[in-house]
Design a protein around this ligand. Structure first.
Ligand code: PLP
Length: 417
C-alpha cells in the first residue's frame, strides 16, 4: 500500500472534484436581462424576478407563503420576530450546528438554549428538547443537518403539547422530504440559505417559508423596512432592509430549473455511497429513517468508530484532505465554537441573563462524541464526479485505515502536524 499523500505519497484523487456553483450561459443571460431592465434591487418588494422565484420555490418545496431575503440567518431572526418572540424568551437549538442557528435568536433578543443531538442523524434529539422546556420556552429551531432531517413528527408533537413555535433551519435541506412533507414546510416557519456553498445558490440569499398568513405579513413588513404587505395595509412591524435583490432571484430561477436533475444524481450517488461505505471497517453508515423520503445531500454525513477505524475524525480529516477528498469533521459544540460569542452580547451582561451563558460545566455527551471523535462529512462535489468519485473516497478511506493499522504511532503523528 502506498504512502499517505500527507507524507509525500501519491494522492488517491489526482484531479479536483467538480467546482460549485455550476453555471452556464443561462445564468449569464438571466443576469444580463435583469441588468438591462434597470430593476436590480429588491425595492419595491417583491420585484418580478423575486415573485417568480418565490412561486417556483414554493411549487417545489411546499409551504404556503414565501419571503425572499438576503441570507439564511436573517430568516430565523425574522421568523422569531414575526412570531412575537424576543427579549429574554428561550429558544431551544441543537448544540451541533452552524453558529447562525444560535446567533439568530440572540439578534432577536432571545436566549438560545443548547441541547444534545441524536447520534443517528446528528440532528436535535426530541428527548433533549422535552427536557429543556421551561415556562420561558417559546420556540424550537431544529436543524436538518447535511443529509439528514430531524424527527419532525416528534418535534411537532412536543411543540403542540407546549404551545411552541417551530422554525426549521433548512439551510441544508432544499428538496428534502420527511413523511410526505417537504423540509421547511412542516414547522410554522422554514428557513433556507442560498449562500454560495448551498445546493441552491445565488452567492447569498435566503427564503423564509411561513405557514400562517399573519406571520407572513409580519415577516414581509419586517424585511421591507416596516412597510405593510397585507391586503388591508394594516400590519406594520418595525423592520429593516433585508430584501433579496432581483439579480439574486434571477440566478435562483435558473438554479431551480437545474435542481431536480441534480437532486436525483445526488440521491443515486448517495445510495451508492451507503453501500460502498458499509464495507469499510470502523465506518458507520447512518441508518436511513424510512420517513426520510428524499435526502437533500448538501453534505454526506457518516460516523466512524475511532477504535476500529484506527483514529478519530480530526486525524481522518487531515489524511483524507491530503488524499484529495473534500471533507470535514463537522462543527464544534456550540458552547466551544469560536464564532459563537454570547459574552459580547447585551443579553449576557450582569443586569440581563448571564446565567444562560456560563458554559463552563456544559457537557452534551452525544454532541461531544460526534463533534470530537465520530462525525464525518463529505463534500457534495463527490457525487457530481459519479461513481468514480465515490470509489475514490472509499479507496482513500481504506488507504488511510491500512496505514494506521501498519503504524500504531501514525495517528499521533498526524495529530501533531
Ligand atoms: C445550518 C445553517 N443554518 C444557517 C446558515 C446561515 O445561512 P447564511 O449563510 O445564508 O446566513 C448556515 C450556513 O451558512 C447553516 O449551515
Amino acid at each position: 500500500m502506498s504512502e499517505l499523500a500527507l507524507f509525500g505519497g501519491e494522492k488517491t484523487r489526482k484531479t479536483a472534484y467538480p467546482a460549485w456553483p455550476l453555471h452556464d450561459e443561462r445564468d449569464v443571460a438571466a443576469v444580463a436581462d435583469v441588468v438591462r431592465s434597470g430593476n436590480w434591487g429588491g425595492f419595491p418588494y417583491p420585484g418580478p424576478q423575486t415573485r417568480r422565484f418565490l412561486n417556483a420555490f414554493i411549487a417545489m418545496q411546499g409551504g404556503r407563503y414565501g419571503i425572499a431575503v438576503m441570507n439564511g440567518t436573517i430568516t430565523m431572526e425574522v421568523a422569531l420576530r414575526a412570531a412575537g418572540i424576543g427579549w429574554g424568551d428561550e429558544v431551544i437549538v441543537p448544540a451541533y450546528t452552524f453558529q447562525a442557528t444560535a446567533s439568530a435568536p440572540m439578534m432577536a433578543g432571545a436566549i438560545p438554549v443548547l441541547v444534545d443531538i441524536d447520534p443517528d442523524t446528528f440532528c436535535i434529539a426530541p428527548a433533549a428538547i422535552e427536557a429543556a422546556i421551561t415556562d420561558r420556552t417559546r420556540a424550537i429551531i431544529p436543524v436538518h443537518i447535511a443529509s439528514q432531517m430531524a424527527d419532525m413528527d416528534a418535534i411537532m408533537a412536543i411543540a403542540a403539547r407546549h404551545n411552541l413555535i417551530v422554525i426549521e433551519d433548512a439551510a441544508h435541506a432544499h428538496g428534502a422530504v420527511w413523511n410526505g412533507k417537504s423540509a421547511g414546510a412542516i414547522g410554522h416557519f422554514g428557513s433556507f440559505s442560498m449562500q454560495s456553498t448551498k445546493i441552491m445558490t445565488a452567492g447569498e440569499g435566503g427564503v423564509l417559508l411561513c405557514r400562517d398568513e399573519e406571520h407572513a405579513w409580519r415577516a414581509a413588513s419586517i424585511i421591507d423596512c416596516g412597510r405593510p404587505h397585507d391586503p388591508a395595509g394594516q400590519i406594520i412591524v418595525q423592520g429593516g432592509n433585508y430584501r433579496m435583490t432581483e439579480l439574486q432571484a434571477a440566478l435562483l430561477i435558473v438554479a431551480l430549473e437545474r435542481f431536480p436533475a441534480q437532486a436525483r444524481q445526488r440521491e443515486d450517488m448517495a445510495n451508492y455511497m451507503d453501500e460502498a461505505l458499509s464495507e469499510v471497517d470502523g465506518v458507520r453508515v447512518l441508518p436511513r429513517d424510512r420517513r426520510l423520503e428524499k435526502r437533500a445531500l448538501y453534505r454526506y454525513t457518516f460516523a466512524i468508530a475511532p477504535d476500529d477505524f484506527g483514529a478519530p475524525n480530526d486525524v481522518l480529516e487531515r489524511a483524507l484532505l491530503a488524499e484529495g477528498i473534500p471533507c470535514l469533521r463537522g462543527y464544534d459544540p456550540m458552547y466551544r465554537y469560536d464564532l459563537f460569542q454570547p459574552a459580547a452580547s447585551r443579553l449576557a451582561v450582569p443586569s440581563a441573563f448571564p446565567q444562560y451563558f456560563d458554559y463552563t460545566k456544559t457537557r452534551l455527551p452525544v454532541t461531544e462524541r460526534i463533534s470530537g471523535r465520530e462525525g464525518f462529512w463529505l463534500d457534495e462535489a463527490i457525487f457530481r464526479a459519479g461513481s468514480e468519485g465515490v470509489d475514490e473516497v472509499v479507496a482513500a478511506l481504506k488507504k488511510v485505515q491500512s496505514a494506521l493499522r501498519r503504524d500504531p504511532t501514525l495517528a499521533d503523528r498526524i495529530s501533531a502536524l
